[in-house]
Ligand binder design. Structure first.
Ligand code: HEC
Ligand code: HEC
Length: 333
């Protein structure tokens, strides 16, 4: 067989130009998104395997007398599994069941007690005005997220776009009425378990060893089964770099740009539990907080009052952000 003729040099250079052009076209959006993202805060599930069949057996979680079957636990349009019905008031229909086909039940992802999970957000006790404002931001495409493959974000956006005004009111009133709680234990360390991604979160890889934490936070459910069963009291371990909590504590009281940009505590409250319509930061998931700070810094997250945050995050480094969210996660909510 004769080898293929080598292409003429001018063809190579045209191909080279086209390739450079194609790279150039891609370079801008990539630089703003995937390339610089802290991967630990944006875990992307591997393609789904086969769903586990429901054998009808009753599933339990600790400190609850309620039981559900696997089918009931995986029902995105509700009623959502409510393991601890005594810990919250009655849920409005939109929160407990959603409105098929486009609005999934809020409490499926954010949980009936509003504690949320690392891949979404805790909503308990946020100001109703802030919840309304953010639902509008999702509706207007102002919170696309930096990682387009994150399905929970996509579903949040689709759901928000289909919400009616009375539904927004009911959901905002419900979640803002809840008392916030935190189920995380923050641990400063130099080494962490090697992890894999399942259920949109990091979880220790079976049989894997340890590795250096580097400039990362590893937030992982203590009991993956409880997490998968959507127990609203699932505890998490949050591994953070040594010294980061103290560094974060110093950063929240510092002004920036020669005093022209106020400190975090000026706007988010002296204990970072929120002030007026400015949201609580204390005791929230570090993965969630890191995504918000990253998206606010790159401009991916927009909204009615993001201009107040832009000068704050503009000059913060990735190491600053890790320290800030390590400290914030360690606080009582
Ligand atoms: C499929 C899962 C899912 C469902 C269902 C869902 N959300 Fe969300 N929600 C998310 C995710 C994911 C985020 C965080 C996006 C990010 O990281 O920026 C979020 C964020 C939010 C935020 C912003 C919180 C903040 O402090 O920034 C609000 C408010 C919110 N959701 C309200 C609701 C309401 C109300 C409903 C029901 C109508 C609902 N969500 C249903 C996944 C969901
Ligand atoms: C000048 C007032 C101001 C200062 C200072 C400020 N923030 Fe904010 N922050 C806001 C406002 C307003 C929002 C809501 C932005 C929006 O509408 O999307 C916000 C949102 C946030 C969010 C997203 C929360 C959520 O629920 O989605 C995080 C995280 C955050 N700020 C962290 C910080 C940290 C950390 C600092 C200090 C380094 C800080 N902020 C300083 C006003 C401020």
């Amino acid at each position: 067989m004769t080898p293929p003729a080598r292409p003429a040099p001018y063809l190579i250079s045209i191909a080279g130009c086209l390739f450079a052009f194609w790279l150039g076209a891609l370079a801008a959006p990539l630089a703003a998104s995937a390339a610089n993202l802290p991967a630990w805060a944006y875990p992307v599930n591997p393609p789904a395997g086969h769903p586990v069949a429901d054998d009808g057996h009753a599933i339990h979680v600790p400190d609850s007398t309620v039981t559900f079957t696997r089918t009931q636990i995986t029902n995105l349009t509700g009623p959502v599994p409510d393991w601890h019905p005594d810990e919250h008031p009655a849920m409005p229909e939109i929160v407990a069941k959603g409105r098929a086909p486009h609005v999934l039940a809020c409490a499926y992802c954010h949980l009936p007690n509003g504690a949320g999970r690392p891949e979404n957000a805790s909503l308990a006790g946020l100001p109703a005005g802030y919840i309304r404002q953010e639902l509008r931001a999702f509706q207007h495409g102002d919170r696309p997220g930096s990682e387009p493959r994150r399905l929970p974000q996509t579903l949040m956006i689709t759901g928000a776009k289909a919400l009616t005004e009375p539904e927004i009111e009911a959901a905002a009133a419900y979640f803002s009425s809840l008392k916030p709680a935190s189920f995380v234990r923050v641990i400063e360390t130099a080494t962490v378990p090697q992890t894999r991604i399942a259920g949109w979160v990091l979880t220790p890889a079976p049989g894997a060893g340890t590795e250096a934490i580097r400039n990362r936070i590893i937030e992982t459910p203590e009991d993956f089964e409880r997490f998968e069963h959507r127990d609203s009291r699932t505890p998490y371990r949050v591994y953070v770099p040594r010294g980061s909590i103290q560094r974060g504590a110093a950063l929240v009281t510092q002004t920036r740009d020669g005093g022209t940009v106020p400190a975090c505590i000026t706007c988010h409250g002296p204990e970072l539990k929120g002030l007026g319509d400015v949201p609580r930061l204390a005791g929230r998931s570090p993965s969630f907080l890191m995504r918000q700070l990253t998206d606010l810094r790159s401009g991916v997250r927009q909204g009615a009052s993001t201009d107040l945050m832009k000068p704050v995050v503009a000059h913060l480094t990735d190491a600053d952000l890790v320290s800030l969210v390590a400290y914030l996660a360690s606080l009582e909510p």
